[in-house]
Write a protein that binds this ligand. Structure first.
Ligand code: ADP
Ligand code: MG
Length: 245
């Protein structure tokens, strides 16, 4: 579904990503792991069009999307959860989710937030999606009042609401308490059952290895290992990369 070929990106003297190649298969959870600074988020920025690569190619769903801008990438069907939180804290949970359904072209929902009735058709997907992440009943709370973990769940459901073929999640459980962490793990299992395709960045190895089908390990901008969680768990290069942190 997604294939990254020889991708490279440098920031001044720092080679953040060097000749990185991997692919993501449909209906599977693929994890991208590696120590801090390995280049994982930069790969996400390159794939989602936030950055353009110095070299290499990104093919999604049969089309070359290298150098596409974020709107064009999202239109192709890639939805992304960012590592940093991005909710509007003065808007309600519901309004934040409705904005996630917005089209970049028309800004339709942005123009309608607060006006009620025209949005009725969108209510069901929003409440279904809140139910999926176990947050029913908090639709009208303002996002600013939520706990960190609840915000993360709202962001996850917003990402899932935007039409997509591939979900890219950057550290969904970082800084989240153990209860919500296990809820997010269950959610990922649920998504896989539904046949979703997920590319997940997660620093927490135990979490990652327990939820993913395939694992790609990066260190120093490069892919150093690939395999099943079982294979990765006993790969000495992987252990060494993490120990070196
Ligand atoms: P990871 O997500 O694996 O922790 P990143 O992709 O965020 O790693 O970072 C990889 C390297 O690139 C790091 O050395 C980081 O400091 C550097 N880097 C990332 N983004 C930028 C940027 N916008 N400007 C300069 N350096 C950056
Ligand atoms: Mg990162």
């Amino acid at each position: 579904m997604l294939s990254v070929q020889g991708l490279s990106k440098r920031f001044g003297g720092v080679k953040a990503v060097s000749e990185c190649s991997f692919s993501v298969e449909p209906n599977k959870i693929t994890a991208l792991i590696g120590p801090n600074g390995a280049g994982k988020s930069t790969v996400f920025n390159l794939v989602s069009g936030v950055l353009s690569p110095d070299a290499g190619k990104i093919v999604f769903d049969g089309a070359d999307i290298t150098g596409f801008l974020p709107e064009a990438v999202s239109k192709k069907g890639i939805a992304r959860l960012f590592q940093k939180s991005s909710l509007f804290k003065n808007l309600s949970v519901r309004e934040n989710l409705l904005l996630g359904l917005d089209s970049n072209d028309t800004g339709f929902v942005s123009n309608m937030v607060g006006r009620g009735s025209a949005l009725l058709a969108l209510e069901k997907p929003v409440s279904d999606s809140l139910a999926l992440v176990g947050l029913k009943g908090i639709e009208n709370k303002s996002a600013g009042e939520l706990s960190f973990g609840q915000k993360r769940l709202v962001e996850l459901s917003r990402t899932m609401l935007s039409p997509h073929k591939l979900l890219m999640l950057d550290e969904p459980v970082a800084g989240v308490n153990p209860k919500i962490r296990s809820e997010i793990a269950e959610l990922l299992v649920e998504l896989r059952k539904k046949g979703e395709t997920v590319l997940l960045i997660e620093h927490d190895m135990n979490f990652t290895l327990s939820v993913s089908d395939r694992v790609i390990v990066m260190d120093d901008g490069r892919v150093i290992a690939e395999g099943s969680p079982k294979e990765i768990r006993k790969n000495p290069m992987v252990l060494e990369a993490y120990l070196g942190e």
